[in-house]
Design a protein around this ligand. Structure first.
Ligand SMILES: *[C@@H]1O[C@H](CO)[C@@H](O)[C@H](O)[C@H]1NC(C)=O
Ligand SMILES: *[C@@H]1O[C@H](CO)[C@@H](O)[C@H](O)[C@H]1NC(C)=O
Ligand SMILES: *[C@@H]1O[C@H](CO)[C@@H](O)[C@H](O)[C@H]1NC(C)=O
Length: 268
């Protein structure tokens, strides 16, 4: 298979980055072979003495060296490749060019499923690390009868979005209408991507179950103790009756004797 499925040749003619005209002397290319993307910058200026190179993404330095080649290369994983990169030739002054690695958006759910209680609020969120940035976000509820787009005009809902994130706020959750699958679509100039979030709404009473469980346990325990105590008294009488064929009066005696014993023990 050919190494370069796609070779984009970008003559950096957009001088808007710096007025020095350095961009005009740097030839940039992006080569994509599916799993890796190779960025190349070549300086076409024999008068400049090269002292080293820097690769940057935003303010983050990805690579630096002190080689003197007029060509510099950097390899990125295709998964995390999108963004604006800078190749910088260190010379008397910095000669730099930007390399824009563009792609269709990559949208992810911040949490793939959410649980909330009826009557409360919940926030479903999606994020994007796309370049160019997402310009349009669309939220909708997925259902067999067709997807229903959600906006600020939708009952109990509103949407907050930025270039990198979107949030669907649902207030006063309804047990019947609100549970289900929600999708967020993010679109930029290169395409559209989607993430899906599952929302579960539990009954207001369900939140009470743990508490009710404890109450029920206590009630059962109290009942058992109560029944046990109630049963023990007749049992004792039965025991007493079993021990001897003595008349009822002697049983009274027995109790009296017991009482006397206690009194004697207390006296000691
Ligand atoms: C390099 O610069 C020279 C002089 O400015 C120009 O004639 C030549 O076409 C350039 N080469 C490339 C590959 O751009
Ligand atoms: C939707 O409502 C939120 C909060 O009230 C607001 O910040 C946002 O700008 C609104 N969005 C639109 C598209 O009107
Ligand atoms: C959302 O994106 C998916 C593909 O990612 C597409 O099939 C669907 O039509 C889009 N829906 C909306 C409302 O943009």
């Amino acid at each position: 298979m050919a190494t370069g499925l796609l070779v984009v040749l970008v003559l950096a003619l957009l001088g808007s980055e710096s007025g020095s005209g350095a961009e005009n002397k740097i030839l940039t290319t992006i080569t994509d072979d599916g799993s890796k993307t190779l960025l190349t910058c070549t300086l076409n200026d024999s008068s400049a003495e090269i002292l080293g190179h820097h690769w940057k993404k935003g303010d983050r330095v990805l690579h630096e060296d002190s080689l003197t080649d007029s060509t510099m290369k950097y390899t990125i994983d295709t998964d995390e490749r999108m963004g604006r990169y800078f190749c910088i030739f260190l010379s008397d002054t910095e000669l730099r060019a930007s390399v824009d690695v563009k792609g269709s958006p990559k949208i992810k759910a911040v949490k793939k499923s959410e649980h909330a209680t009826e009557g409360e609020s919940v926030v479903l969120a999606c994020k994007s690390e796309s370049f160019p940035p997402v310009t349009d976000w669309v939220w909708y509820k997925m259902s067999d009868g067709g997807d229903q787009v959600l906006t600020n005009n939708s009952q109990n809902k509103f949407v907050l979005s930025s270039e990198t994130k979107t949030e669907l706020h649902i207030q006063n959750l309804d047990l019947e209408a609100d549970p289900g699958k929600y999708a967020c679509n993010g679109t930029n100039a290169e395409g559209t991507d989607q993430a899906v979030i599952t929302l579960r709404v539990r009954n207001r009473l369900a939140a009470l179950w743990p508490f009710l469980g404890i109450v029920a346990e206590v009630l059962v325990l109290v009942t058992i103790i109560f029944i046990y105590e109630k049963r023990r008294k007749p049992d004792e009488v039965l025991d007493d009756e079993d021990t001897g064929s003595a008349p009822l009066k002697s049983s009274g005696h027995h109790v009296n004797n017991k009482g006397e014993n206690v009194r004697q023990r207390n006296a000691n």
